[in-house]
Design a protein around this ligand. Structure first.
Ligand SMILES: Cc1cc2nc3c(=O)[nH]c(=O)nc-3n(C[C@H](O)[C@H](O)[C@H](O)COP(=O)(O)OP(=O)(O)OC[C@H]3O[C@@H](n4cnc5c(N)ncnc54)[C@H](O)[C@@H]3O)c2cc1C
Length: 469
């Protein structure tokens, strides 16, 4: 790890003030430790700016002294994008203020270091909804969510994080501030710069604040449905939308073996409707009134059972019953880890191709590790599966890890074969950079490189993530 020059450190410390930096070993270690404990990194200096001006001053110093920096929010990213590997870390967690909420314009301006729950609460207090929702919402920050263009469980209705951003404030790699905060929904004035920074994973600039879209609050009805095939699951989605239109907010697929894993990991977990059939769907319909949502979902599920697309279905009677359905869904990633080695992927294919993708990927993986346990769960309504191959139950010694690369190649190739993506919602980071360079059309990689070089010619802003230059 190359240490930043003394002149940089002296100026940075003076600029940021005593609370704005740390060289404490424990704090540096924490900044370099991602949520999953995988890819632990290292960092020589932790900067914690408290204002956009301080952040801009710091980036200017980085440019002057050619010091590479990693923007960091909650460090919950899953692709090794926000963990430093020798660079200094710029933590945004001191910039958490709500700068304004315009109820009549349905917009909220909030600083980048605020955790997602803060945006949800600010909206809720104003009788509005900020709809992004995901398992890491207590830690993941607005800046990190925008930078990874996060998805979550309400994309079907509200879109991904990019779709929820009206304006941004960004410190460019030169240290200049771009003030693009705006509550406008219509603004056709050339290149839409906010979309350049959304999904850029901190490689083009440091996001310091955002103006976000708010929506009317809704009441929900939550269903748990048993299906006999993935093909029925896809048809159930279409039928539910025939009944409920775009009020279908969430449509998550859960395989029966994932419920068994959750039950082993969290023994008091109750399967809402035990069945030998292989698939469950967690479906949510959101409308202005709860009785409307329930009636609509009930009619859809009754129709599905009559048509043979669902074997059984339950609609949650209480909020705590709905929460218990969601708890199973949200616990799968952790339970999978407790179960043993899992080779994980975040892929998407067109919704209609889900059944064929599942069949093809499983067949090919079983040619390599015949008893590998496949756990495919997640946002099936968006065509997005968190697809894992797990250690066979009967294996006397671990066999999966030695085949991990081969399995990943199979899953990615099958996703591409069906017109999909190898990173549906988690981003690229360092983890998928080279694999994407293999898969992506050369013209796309060249264009990304050109954009990176134009904005960050010194290569100081989160170098080595997304695209190599
Ligand atoms: C339990 C769990 C569940 C999850 N569920 C989902 C899910 O359902 N859907 C989904 O899409 N993702 C999910 N994720 C991953 C999700 O991508 C991250 O939680 C989140 O988007 C990253 O936010 P963060 O603040 O932690 O960013 P970090 O991890 O700190 O950083 C992520 C990337 O953004 C950059 N960055 C961070 N802040 C800024 C900033 N202010 N300016 C510029 N760049 C910045 C970093 O450099 C890095 O490249 C989940 C993660 C966990 C741990």
């Amino acid at each position: 790890m190359t240490l930043p020059p003394d002149a940089f450190l002296t100026d940075a410390k003076a600029l940021l003030g005593p609370k704005g930096w740390s060289e404490d070993e424990d704090k540096l270690k924490e900044a370099a430790s991602p949520w999953r404990g995988t890819w632990p990194g290292k960092t020589p200096f932790l900067a914690m700016p408290a204002s956009t001006q301080d952040a801009a001053g710091l980036v200017k110093l980085c440019a002057e002294h050619r010091v590479a920096l990693v923007p960091q929010g909650g460090n919950t990213g899953l692709v090794d994008g926000g963990t430093p590997h020798g660079e200094i870390t710029v933590s945004m967690r001191r910039m958490t203020s709500v700068r304004g909420l315009d109820k009549r314009n349905n917009s909220l301006t909030i600083e980048a270091g605020a955790p997602l729950v803060d945006a949800q609460s600010a909206a809720d207090e104003a009788n509005r909804l900020f709809p992004l929702s995901l398992g890491s919402e207590g830690q993941a920050t607005i800046g990190g969510l925008i930078s990874t263009n996060a998805g979550g469980v309400a994309v079907l209705r509200y879109g991904m994080m990019r779709d929820l951003v009206l304006g941004l404030e960004v410190v460019l790699p030169s240290g200049e501030i771009w003030d693009g905060l705006s509550g406008l929904r219509k603004n056709n004035t050339g290149y839409d710069l906010k979309h350049l920074f959304a999904g850029a994973e901190g490689t083009l600039g440091l996001i310091t604040a955002a103006t976000l879209k708010l929506f009317p609050k809704v009441a929900k009805a939550t269903g748990w449905v048993i299906c006999k095939s993935s093909s029925d699951v896809v048809d159930l989605l279409a039928l539910t939308r025939d009944h409920a239109g775009d009020t279908v907010t969430s449509f998550e697929i859960i395989p029966a073996n994932a419920i068994e894993m959750v039950k082993v990991d969290v023994p008091d977990t109750r399967d809402p409707a035990p069945s030998p059939l292989p698939w469950r769907v967690l479906v949510e319909v959101s409308m202005a009134r709860e009785d409307q949502a329930r009636e609509t979902l009930m009619a859809a599920l009754a129709d599905a059972m009559e048509k043979g697309l669902a074997e059984n279905a339950i609609i949650a009677e209480t909020v705590s019953q709905a929460d218990s359905f969601w708890h199973i869904r949200e616990t799968i990633p952790l339970s999978k880890r407790a179960y043993g080695t899992a080779v994980n992927h975040d892929v998407s294919v067109p919704v209609s191709a889900i059944p064929d993708f599942l069949d093809a990927a499983e067949t090919e993986i079983h040619k390599v590790v015949s008893a590998a346990e496949i756990v495919a769960f997640g946002h099936v309504g968006d065509g997005n599966l968190h697809y894992s191959a797990c250690e066979p139950k009967a294996a006397s010694k671990p066999i999966l890890a030695s085949h991990a690369d081969e399995i990943t190649r199979i899953v990615h190739d099958q996703a591409m074969r069906f017109g999909g993506s190898i990173s549906a919602e988690h981003g690229v980071g360092r983890l998928k950079r080279d694999e994407l360079a293999r898969i992506r059309p050369q013209a796309a990689t060249d264009t990304m490189r050109a954009i990176k070089m134009a904005l960050d010619p010194l290569g100081i802003m989160n170098p080595g993530r997304v695209v190599s230059v």
